[in-house]
Design a protein around this ligand. Structure first.
Ligand code: SF4
Ligand code: SF4
Length: 344
């Protein structure tokens, strides 16, 4: 039988889980909404939270991360990896779109190559999702293979049933945690019916739709349509927000900080939207803005589908609602020409 928890008991639930995990929950303490270590009492996010501004990818690929320290000795450099405390973390409240983004990132960080920093955090994390009841106007998740209560990529899903949540145990990890957790009540059939109604209502609230049929081939055919890409990029100011805060973007830069023969190598988020991106021994191959905007769009809607058979966009809508000049990826995708300009 399914279990439930009252909203007034969420603080107690998080306290219980805090004994085993570092619990992260939605927080505005830093001034922007993000997943941050739970302070042991505040559950006001249950009222204000729609989604975080900083995507939960930051808990796996932090904006800045130490890779290792090094020191020059008599026999060359000695390298010291960062110490791992093996601490398990629990992300409470991740939205289904962002959980899907993690599954998309796994394709790069686990399948294409093995990124030890990312994988260790991924392995040690339990994802507990809060189904979304109040999607933003900019959200189009239901067009991107997910939805406000999609439980596919999480361990436990909580569905809002008014004064509480119905608990869906999704993975073995999730089942084990629910079984161990004391104080959860059995949900009567009427709660399961309420959850079904809640799911339906949430899906109906996602009003923005995007038709992505054939988009990979359309982008391939339009790759050299300079006029289209120049128009598409015209108002972009290359601030990088849409990439840095996109839950599926993962570009990073690597730098060393050194002092007297010792130092630290760290990586930090980067954006293909910046003119200095990949400015290594040679020029940035995308010196014009339209080439960088094309890269951003094509990487998600053409190159990722070619490599992994999935579009690397979850429809979370951050790039639309956070763009300072109202650039809108759904309008771009809808306006990609169906034929190459000038083709017979
Ligand atoms: S957020 Fe808007 S202005 Fe900034 S890089 Fe993205 S599209 Fe350009
Ligand atoms: S491209 Fe935009 S809508 Fe798609 S996942 Fe990234 S931020 Fe979200």
């Amino acid at each position: 039988m399914a279990k439930k928890i009252s909203k007034k008991d969420i603080a107690q639930l998080l306290k219980t889980w805090s004994q085993q995990f570092t619990v992260l929950a939605p927080s505005r303490a830093s001034g922007v909404a993000e997943m941050a270590e739970w302070d042991g009492k505040d559950t006001s996010f249950l009222d204000w939270y729609r989604n975080t501004t900083v995507p939960p990818k930051a808990s796996f690929l932090p904006p800045m991360e130490e890779m290792f320290r090094f020191r020059k000795g008599e026999e060359g450099y000695q390298v010291e990896p960062p110490s791992s405390n093996g601490q398990r973390q629990l992300l409470f409240g991740i939205r289904p779109c962002d959980a899907r983004a993690m599954a998309i990132l796994d394709m790069t960080f686990e399948d294409a190559y093995k990124d030890p920093y990312y994988l260790e955090k991924r392995k040690n994390t339990v994802l507990v999702s809060l189904g979304c009841t109040n999607p933003c106007e900019s959200c189009f998740c239901t067009s991107m293979g997910t939805g406000p209560t999609d439980a596919s990529n999480v361990d436990i899903m909580l569905i809002d049933i008014g004064d509480g949540f119905l608990i869906e145990e999704v993975t073995d990890k999730g089942k084990e945690l629910v079984t161990q957790t004391k104080g959860l009540k059995a949900a009567p059939k009427s709660d399961e019916a309420a959850a079904e109604k809640s799911r339906e209502t949430s899906y109906n609230k996602v009003v923005r739709q995007l038709d992505t049929k054939g988009i990979k081939d359309k982008l391939l055919a339009s790759f050299d349509d300079e006029e289209f890409w120049e128009q598409t990029a015209a108002k972009c100011i290359s601030c990088g927000i849409c990439t840095l805060l996109c839950p599926t973007c993962y570009c990073f830069d690597i730098n060393d900080e050194t002092d007297k023969g010792e130092g630290t190598r760290f990586r930090s988020w980067d954006s293909c939207g910046f003119s200095v991106y990949t400015k290594m021994p040679m020029e940035n191959p995308r010196s014009e803005k339209w080439r960088r905007v094309r890269q951003k769009v094509c990487h998600k809607y053409e190159f990722y589908p070619m490599a992994f058979d999935v579009i690397a966009c979850t429809g979370c809508g951050r790039c639309i609602r956070l763009c300072p000049v109202n650039w809108d990826i759904t309008q771009v995708i809808e306006s990609v020409p169906t034929k190459v300009k000038g083709a017979k």
